[in-house]
Write a protein that binds this ligand. Structure first.
Ligand code: GDP
Ligand code: MG
Length: 451
C-alpha cells in the first residue's frame, strides 16, 4: 500500500483515541504529538505539520461533538477532515474527449504514465491515440511503441524528425478520429529555455485541454518548487505523482504539490501499466486511516473484472445448466486471478489489510500457467469430459506437458472440487437466483423455460 508507514502510524493514533477511556486535554495533546511525529516521518513540511496539528488541537478542544456522536468519533473525524483539507485541490479529472500533454524532467515517469493513462482511458471506453514527441532521448519512441503494443493503443511518431511540434501536428491530424490524444514529450535534467520553448511550441499546435506535470514523488518537498517552475513556464493544469509505491516519504511530494494549489489528479503506484490510481483526497485519507474505501474498491474490482466478465457470465450460465468443463474451470480461475492486484483491493477493506500476506498471488499465477500447459496437452474431448482422463491418458498428458503425473492429478482434483461446488450452487435455488442477479445474467425463470 502507498505510504504504508504513514498509514500505520496514523492508524495507531486512531486506535489510541478509540482505546482511551476519556477524551480530555491530555489525550488530545498526546495524540497531536503522535500525529506530528507521523507526518514528519512521511516528510511532510514542518511548517505544514505544525499548522495542521494546531488546527486539530484547537478544533478538538473547542468544538462540541454533534448530537449523537461520541467525542472519540468526533476527534477522529476532525483528524480525517484536516488531513483531507491538506490534500484537497481543485476539481477531479474529467472523463471527456480531449488532448492531454505530458510534461516533466527526465526519468520522472512521463512515458510510462502516458501508457498507463492511455490504458485507463481505454477502459473507460474512449478511443485513444499516443503521440511520441520526445525527440531528445534516443529510444524514447521505441519505449512508447512497446507500451502502445502492450495495451493495443496506436502510437504516432516520426523517427529522425527533430521538430517535436511538427510531429504533434501530424499526429493530431492522424488521430482526428480518436476521442483522446495523449502527447509524450521530451525531458531535460533541469528546466532549460530550450525545453520550455519546445513545450510551448507543442502546446501551440495541439491546444491541449490538460498539461499534466509528471513528478517523481521521491523528490519529496522539492515537488512544490518544481511544480511552480513548470507552471510558470507552460501553465500546468494537473499533476501526476509517480513512484508512490517506492517511497516512505511520499507525504513530502503530496503535501508540497497540494500546497502550491496544483491539482493532483492521479498517482502512479508501481511499474506495472495498470498501476495508476485516480487521486481523490477523501478516499486516499480514508484508506490511510484504515476506514476503508468502498467506492475505490468497487471501481477497481469492476475494472479488473470487466474483461473477464462476459466469459465468466457465459461459463456460469453453462455451469448452472449442468455443463462444467475443464475449460470452464480455467475461465473461472483466470477471472479470479485477474483480480491480480487484489492485494490492493483488500488493503482498502478495514480489518482485511493484513490478510494480504496470507495469499500468495504469484503462487496462484504459477499454478494457473501450469494448468494452461497441462490443458494444452489434452484433446478437446478430454477437456469437455475430464472423467475420461485415467491411467494411460494421465501419463500421456503429463509427458506432453513436461510435468509429473501428480500435476495432472492435481488439476483433476481441483476440477472435481470446483464442479462439486458449482453443482451445489445449481441445486440451491435461492443461491442460484442471487448468483445470476449478481452476474447480471438472465432471470431464473426465463432460464428455466429454456431447459
Ligand atoms: P520519463 O523520462 O519521464 O519518460 O520516465 P519513464 O516513463 O521512462 O520512467 C522512468 C522510470 O520510472 C522507468 O523505469 C519506469 O518504469 C519507472 N516508473 C514510472 N512510474 C513509476 C511508478 O509509479 N512506480 C515505479 N515503481 N516506477 C515507475
Ligand atoms: Mg520518456
Amino acid at each position: 500500500m502507498v505510504l504504508e508507514g504513514l498509514g500505520k502510524s496514523l492508524r495507531d493514533v486512531i486506535s489510541h483515541i478509540s482505546g482511551s477511556s476519556v477524551v480530555d486535554e491530555d489525550l488530545i495533546r498526546e495524540v497531536s504529538k503522535e500525529l506530528q511525529r507521523a507526518l514528519l516521518q512521511a516528510d511532510v513540511n514542518v511548517q505544514l505539520v505544525l499548522e495542521i496539528t494546531n488546527k486539530i488541537q484547537e478544533r478538538a478542544l473547542n468544538e462540541k461533538p454533534p448530537a449523537g456522536k461520541s467525542s472519540k468519533d468526533h476527534v477522529t473525524r476532525i483528524i480525517y477532515e484536516e488531513l483531507v483539507a491538506l490534500l484537497k485541490n481543485g476539481v477531479p479529472f474529467e472523463y471527456k474527449p480531449q488532448t492531454i500533454m505530458m510534461v516533466g524532467l527526465y526519468g520522472q515517469g512521463k512515458t510510462t504514465t502516458a501508457g498507463k493513462l492511455a490504458l485507463h482511458l481505454t477502459k473507460k471506453g474512449f478511443s485513444v491515440g499516443l503521440i511520441g514527441a520526445d525527440v531528445y532521448r534516443p529510444g524514447a519512441l521505441d519505449q512508447l511503441q512497446q507500451l502502445g503494443a502492450k495495451i493495443n493503443v496506436e502510437v504516432y511518431g516520426e523517427p529522425g524528425n527533430p521538430k517535436a511540434a511538427e510531429i504533434v501536428k501530424n499526429g493530431k491530424a492522424k488521430f482526428a478520429d480518436k476521442k483522446i490524444v495523449i502527447i509524450d514529450t521530451s525531458g531535460r535534467h533541469a528546466l532549460e529555455d530550450e525545453l520550455i520553448q519546445e513545450l510551448k511550441d507543442i502546446a501551440e499546435v495541439s491546444n491541449p485541454d490538460e498539461r499534466i506535470l509528471v513528478l517523481d514523488s521521491q523528490v519529496g518537498q522539492q515537488a512544490g518548487p518544481q511544480a511552480d517552475a513548470f507552471h510558470k513556464a507552460v501553465g500546468v493544469t494537473g499533476v501526476i505523482l509517480t513512484k508512490m509505491d517506492g517511497t516512505a516519504k511520499g507525504g513530502g511530494a503530496l503535501s508540497a504539490v497540494a500546497k502550491t494549489k496544483a491539482r493532483i489528479i492521479f498517482i502512479g503506484t508501481g511499474e506495472h501499466i495498470r498501476e495508476l490510481e485516480p487521486f481523490n483526497a477523501d478516499s486516499f485519507i480514508s484508506r490511510l486511516l484504515g476506514m476503508g474505501d468502498l467506492s475505490s474498491l468497487m471501481r477497481i474490482a469492476k475494472e479488473e473484472l470487466e474483461d473477464e466478465e462476459k466469459a465468466l457470465q457465459e461459463m456460469m450460465s453453462g455451469a448452472l445448466m449442468g455443463r462444467f468443463t475443464l475449460s470452464d474451470m480455467y475461465v473461472q480461475m483466470a477471472a479470479v486471478n485477474k483480480m491480480g492486484p487484489l492485494q490492493k483491493v483488500m488493503s482498502m477493506i478495514p480489518g482485511l489489510g493484513n490478510m494480504q500476506d496470507k495469499i500468495d498471488y504469484e503462487e496462484s499465477q504459477r499454478r494457473l500457467s501450469k494448468f494452461r500447459v497441462i490443458m494444452d496437452s489434452m484433446t478437446k474431448e478430454e477437456k469437455d469430459d475430464p472423467n475420461l482422463i485415467k491411467g494411460k491418458r494421465i501419463e500421456r498428458i503429463a509427458k506432453g506437458a513436461g510435468v509429473g503425473t501428480y500435476d495432472v492429478k492435481g488439476l483433476l482434483k481441483q476440477y472435481n472440487q470446483s464442479k462439486k461446488m458449482m453443482s451445489s450452487f445449481g441445486k440451491d435455488r435461492k443461491m442460484r437466483k442471487q448468483l445470476m442477479k449478481q452476474l447480471g445474467g438472465m432471470d431464473l425463470d426465463e432460464f428455466e423455460d429454456m431447459q
